[in-house]
Design a protein around this ligand. Structure first.
Ligand SMILES: NC(=O)c1ccc[n+]([C@@H]2O[C@H](COP(=O)([O-])OP(=O)(O)OC[C@H]3O[C@@H](n4cnc5c(N)ncnc54)[C@H](OP(=O)(O)O)[C@@H]3O)[C@@H](O)[C@H]2O)c1
Length: 291
């Protein structure tokens, strides 16, 4: 590949799930700003038109994040083509509607394979390189559902809560290597999420109609009407990555803002209401310990 002068000053991004939605919008914005991009998708032919516009700075490869050989091949392709990876965006993911009693073991494991383990293993593949580079930024697509539990989405929320916990701890593990971690927590955005990326539990338990079917209906009714604009989300993510002091968490959308504020308030209230009980369980002679 005949890389242009930009290569020396621009960043090299690797983004998962670039076919539609956030991944597509971010891929377009990153390239437009003169960066290099290893764009990945399960069907890379869907990226052809985009790649053709940026023959010197973009390359597309196939990546199903659940497949270990494809994860390694994508990282190898980025290194071979651009020599490094500055920003990894673990964006690929899908929704699962169903109360806990309705989801099968296979529903649960598939959701975790993509939304959690896909991000975990790709991060593990990229970290040795970033440590060697002495810098890097990993952006993990969480959700408002990574901080707030929504009835009818228990397993989807669990996958995103897992991404949150892993990322928060990872940030502390890799800080000294110059590697930054940012969690993106969008509210409802106008992508394909409410349509083809929304799966439903294998079985229906009618007792949960008022949570699961109501939630599915909410997503269907909202499809195409979501307040969030993915192109603006892409600009916000780039702004966070380019910041000298990037945020650990970036909530996106006014709905995300108020849902997360309510959650913080309820955690604070619960802690205060039960404070006497909380602090009553130490040994009498114990010293406070810091971690
Ligand atoms: N839109 C929202 O309201 C919202 C809110 C909060 C968080 N999110 C999160 O945002 C991320 C992107 O979703 P989106 O809203 O942009 O929806 P989208 O337009 O449906 O895009 C989902 C992307 O994930 C890809 N994907 C799914 N499974 C994959 C796998 N195993 N390997 C590789 N790629 C895979 C899809 O690829 P294919 O084309 O091959 O299916 C597609 O590119 C997800 O992690 C989602 O949880 C979305």
């Amino acid at each position: 590949m005949n890389l242009d002068k930009n290569r020396l000053t621009s960043k090299v991004w690797l983004i998962t799930g670039c076919s539609t939605g956030f991944g597509r919008a971010l891929a377009e914005a990153v390239l437009k700003k003169g960066n290099c991009l290893l764009a990945t998708a399960r069907k890379p032919e869907q990226l052809r038109a985009l790649i053709d516009q940026y023959p010197n700075t973009a390359k597309a490869v196939r990546l199903d994040v659940t497949l270990s050989q494809e994860r390694q091949a994508a990282v190898d392709a980025a290194i071979q083509t651009f020599g490094r990876i500055d920003v990894l965006v673990n964006n690929a993911g899908y929704g699962l509607i169903g109360a806990l009693e309705e989801v099968s073991d296979s529903d649960i494991r598939q959701a975790f394979e993509t939304n959690f383990f896909g991000a975990v293993h790709l991060t593990q593949t990229v970290l040795p390189l970033m440590r060697q580079q002495g810098r890097g930024h990993i952006v993990n697509m969480s959700s408002t559902a990574g901080l707030v539990g929504f009835g009818g989405s228990s397993i989807y929320c669990a996958t995103k809560f897992a991404v949150e916990g892993m990322s928060e701890a990872l940030a502390k593990e890799v800080e000294s290597f110059g590697i930054k971690i940012t969690l993106i927590e969008p509210g409802a955005f106008r992508t394909n999420f409410n349509g083809r990326s929304l799966s439903t539990a294998e079985q229906v338990v009618n007792a949960y109609d008022s949570v699961s079917r109501a939630s599915l209906q909410w997503f269907k009714d909202m499809d195409g009407q979501q307040p969030g604009n993915p192109a603006k989300a892409a600009q916000a993510i780039i702004q966070a990555v380019e910041s000298p002091n990037p945020p650990m968490r970036l909530a996106l959308g006014t709905d995300a803002m108020s849902l997360i504020q309510d959650k913080l308030e309820s955690v604070k209230t619960g802690l205060e209401d039960w404070q006497q009980v909380t602090v009553s369980t130490d040994y009498a002679d114990s010293q406070a310990i810091a971690r």
